[in-house]
Every structure is written in structure tokens, then in C-alpha cells.
Write a protein that binds this ligand. Structure first.
Ligand code: ADP
Length: 440
């Protein structure tokens, strides 16, 4: 049991006073009170030095007697020091156990986890999965720059982007090329970054199966649909007045199914593509074509305005870009009531360029905007169907723009209209070529 500090302190002071008083009592009758007192004081000081030496020795060796025997200030000091040391030891043990547990969790993660130092990008720690997925080996790769160790992945640039690095999707593992990985860079502190690699082979395989399935189904549907469509076209509704409404509806629906299959095939083709050709996309004829298409679709119900202020051409695939732009134009016409205006604008934007299709139509409520480019996502299903939409137009636009490293921006206000903008980077800009036959 611990003696409270004050009584222990008073006890030690009491003992000292007693020793001095005893020395005086012996020295006085002998006629030498002061030398006796001085000897006693020296004795007390020596005793304190001896105790201090003992405490320091025990502190250094961490060896305390099982329990302090005395009840003075020195025993109390030893008791307190021992308690503090015991407490610290228990805390350390708990911390070590916690660290071990965290280490075991990180090591057991199925994802590869690599801790790197921010400036040098040298490997500080990695788990077992990093050996299997990234081919890192202990102790060979400890302290090595990660970019150099994973040269096959060409991630030096990606690591240099730091906080702004987008996840790297579907890259081949340096350990075995058939394993596909997604890589993420997480700057979890000022000095340390975490690189996490996840095995997405199964997911990619499933995604491939899904893509193949949609492509195959669409392909298989195409032939029977063409046959049905052909026969329906041969039937003249006016020849059979009682069948006329049904025949017209059948023709309309078969047209819709054909468009749906064509759009699905286009999407499958775009998904299978890794990149696009870098041909010159002549924008002057492109804008003229878009104007003609808008006017044909509108049939005079809208005002169509084309503004060509960029004076440059784009690099990419004319066929794919035309399909994206004409989807936007067709949407603008279909979702704008008669009397509205459709504006197709091509202009410079920073080092790049932007193609905008703006309408004064129904507009889109803000909560729908983030999901608009998902397949079959429609703000109003009935309006989309009535207008002959397949629900795949904007998904196609997004894919085409992704292939061109371009971005789709959507601004809309209900009742006032919408603006769809295709933003192209500087690397897609080409000087405009004179149209064939024009004077030099
Ligand atoms: P759809 O074939 O149905 O038009 P899209 O993928 O082209 O499919 O467009 C998705 C949805 O986005 C449409 O159903 C429509 O609700 C909305 N939308 C697209 N363009 C416009 C626009 N210009 N004005 C208003 N709504 C639009």
C-alpha cells in the first residue's frame, strides 16, 4: 500500500531532526555540541547520498525490490518510480500488441498495400499481397524507388501527379500479365503515401462476358429484325384500311427496335476500342452536316443556328465524332418544343476547343444530370419513347468523348433549355485545312 507523500516526508524530516537532537544531547555534556552536530549532519547527508545512489542504480537496471520496506520519503520515491515504470511497460506492451494486430490486418489484406515515402517514392513497407500482385520482394525491394521497381507498369508519371492522380484502371500485373489490377494512390500523411493495388481480373472477365453477351444478342437480333422490318415495309397500310393503325404501329415499333439494336452494337464497338485514329476531322463540313440533320429532323419547327468561331479542326475519328455530335443535335431537336432555337457552336476554349449544342427546350432537373449518360437512363420515359429515343444516345456520346480524351459538360435549367458541351484538349486541335478546291 502506498504511503501518502506528506506523512512519508514528515517521517524522514522527523528522523533527521531526531538524529541531530541526539548528537546535540551527546555533544553538549561533553562540551563539544557543534562538532557533534556537524558530524551528525554529515552522517545524514552521507545517508541521503547513499539512498540516492541506490535509487539511480535501480532506475538504470530497472530492477526494483518486490516491495519497498521502509516508510520514509526515499521508499515513497522508489514506490512512485516503480509504479510509473510498470505503467509505462504495460502501455508499451499494449501498443506493441496493437501494432502487431494492425500489421497482421494489413498483411492479410487481399489488396496489395505499399507504403512509400512521398519525396523519394522509396518503398517503406508492403504486405504479402504486394509480392503476389506487384512482384515486390522482401528485403530486396525495401527502400527502393517504387517507380523503378515496377517499371513494367510505367507509373513514374502517375506517382508524380500525387494527390491529383486518378486511379489507374485495368493494368496488367508485373507479376503475371493475365492478372488485371486497379491502382490507387492515397496520400495519407504529409510524408507517406499508400499505393493500393486491387486484383480486378474476375470483375474484368465478367465485364467482358457482359459486353460479349450484349454484342452477340444485338448481332443475332439484327438479321430477324431486318427481315421483319423489310416485310412490314412492303405492306402498304392504305391497302388494308382496317389493319392500317396496327400496321403503322408495327412499323414504328420495328423501326424503334432496329435503332435500339444499332445503338447497342455501336456501344459494344466503342467499348471494345482502346483508342481512336488520329485523322483530321474537318469541322466545316461537319457543322454543315449537323445543320442539315437538325433541319431535316426539325422539319421547320425550330430555328437552327450554327456558329463556327474556332477556325480550327479536330484530331480524331470523323465517324465517331459525327455520331456523338449528331446524337446531341437529335436530342436538342427532340426535347425542344416547336418554335424553339437550336444553336450549334464551335469555339476555342483555352488551348483546346468546345463544341456546344444548346437548345431552348424543356430542360432537365438538376438531380438527373449526374446520371444522364448511363445506359437507358431517362428523365421522362414517355417523352423519350414518344420522341423515338433509345435511351443510349448520351452513353454513346460519353464513350466517343472518352476515346478522344474529351469531356462532356451538361448545363440545364427546367423550362429554359439545356447546353451540352464537348470539351477537347489542346492535343486534339489541328490547324484548319482549306476545303478541297478552295483558292490557296
Ligand atoms: P434518349 O434516346 O432517351 O434521348 P439519351 O441518352 O440521348 O436517350 O438521353 C437520355 C435522357 O436525357 C433523355 O431521355 C432525356 O430525358 C434527357 N435529355 C437528353 N438530351 C436532352 C435535351 N437536350 N433536353 C432535355 N432533356 C434531354
Amino acid at each position: 500500500m502506498s504511503v501518502p507523500t506528506r506523512p512519508a516526508w514528515s517521517r524522514t524530516l522527523g528522523h533527521q531532526a531526531l538524529a541531530l537532537a541526539a548528537a546535540l544531547a551527546v555533544g553538549w555534556p561533553l562540551g563539544h555540541p557543534w562538532p557533534a552536530l556537524a558530524m551528525a549532519a554529515l552522517g545524514v547527508a552521507a545517508w541521503h547520498c547513499w539512498r540516492l545512489h541506490g535509487v539511480l542504480a535501480r532506475l538504470q537496471s530497472h530492477q526494483w525490490p518486490p516491495s519497498a520496506t521502509g516508510r520514509g520519503a526515499w521508499e515513497e520515491l522508489e514506490r512512485q518510480l516503480r509504479l510509473n515504470q510498470d505503467g509505462m511497460r504495460a502501455r508499451n506492451r499494449r501498443l506493441v500488441a496493437m501494432l502487431r494486430a494492425y500489421g497482421a490486418v494489413a498483411a492479410a489484406l487481399p489488396d496489395a498495400v505499399v507504403v512509400i515515402e512521398r519525396n523519394s517514392q522509396r518503398v517503406q513497407w508492403f504486405n504479402d499481397a504486394a509480392t503476389a500482385l506487384l512482384g515486390l520482394e522482401y528485403p530486396r525491394d525495401m527502400g527502393e524507388p517504387l517507380g523503378e521497381r515496377l517499371q513494367g507498369l510505367r507509373i513514374a508519371h502517375w506517382l508524380a501527379a500525387g494527390r491529383n492522380a486518378e486511379p489507374l484502371l485495368d493494368v496488367a500485373s508485373p507479376a503475371s500479365p493475365e492478372v488485371r489490377l486497379n491502382l490507387r494512390l492515397i496520400p495519407y500523411s504529409e510524408d507517406m503515401w499508400l499505393v493500393v493495388a486491387r486484383d480486378v481480373t474476375k470483375m474484368m472477365r465478367l465485364e467482358q462476358v457482359r459486353r460479349d453477351f450484349v454484342a452477340n444478342v444485338s448481332h443475332e437480333l439484327r438479321t430477324p429484325l431486318t427481315v421483319v422490318h423489310g416485310y412490314l415495309d412492303m405492306l402498304e397500310p392504305d391497302d388494308q384500311p382496317e389493319w392500317a393503325p396496327m400496321l403503322r404501329e408495327m412499323q414504328r415499333q420495328s423501326q424503334r427496335m432496329t435503332r435500339l439494336v444499332e445503338d447497342l452494337l455501336t456501344l459494344s464497338r466503342l467499348e471494345a476500342q482502346e483508342g481512336v485514329e488520329d485523322a483530321t476531322v474537318a469541322m466545316e463540313p461537319m457543322l454543315s452536316t449537323l445543320r442539315r440533320e437538325a433541319e431535316a429532323l426539325s422539319q421547320g419547327r425550330h430555328r437552327v443556328v450554327v456558329e463556327d468561331a474556332a477556325g480550327v479542326d479536330l484530331a480524331g475519328s470523323t465517324r465517331e465524332l459525327h455520331s456523338a455530335f449528331s446524337n446531341l443535335v437529335s436530342n436538342a431537336v427532340r426535347y425542344t418544343p416547336a418554335g424553339g432555337t437550336i444553336t450549334i457552336r464551335f469555339a476555342r476554349e483555352g488551348g483546346g476547343a468546345v463544341l456546344q449544342v444548346a437548345d431552348t427546350g424543356y430542360g432537365i432537373p438538376a438531380q438527373h444530370l449526374p446520371r444522364l449518360t448511363e445506359r437507358f437512363y431517362r428523365v421522362s420515359t414517355s417523352r423519350s419513347r414518344e420522341s423515338g429515343g433509345t435511351g443510349l444516345g448520351l452513353a454513346i456520346v460519353k464513350h466517343v468523348l472518352n476515346l478522344h480524351h474529351a469531356r462532356l459538360g451538361i448545363e440545364s435549367e427546367v423550362g429554359r433549355g439545356s447546353t451540352f458541351s464537348c470539351h477537347f484538349g489542346a492535343e486534339r486541335i489541328q490547324p484548319r485545312q482549306a476545303p478541297p478546291g478552295a483558292a490557296p
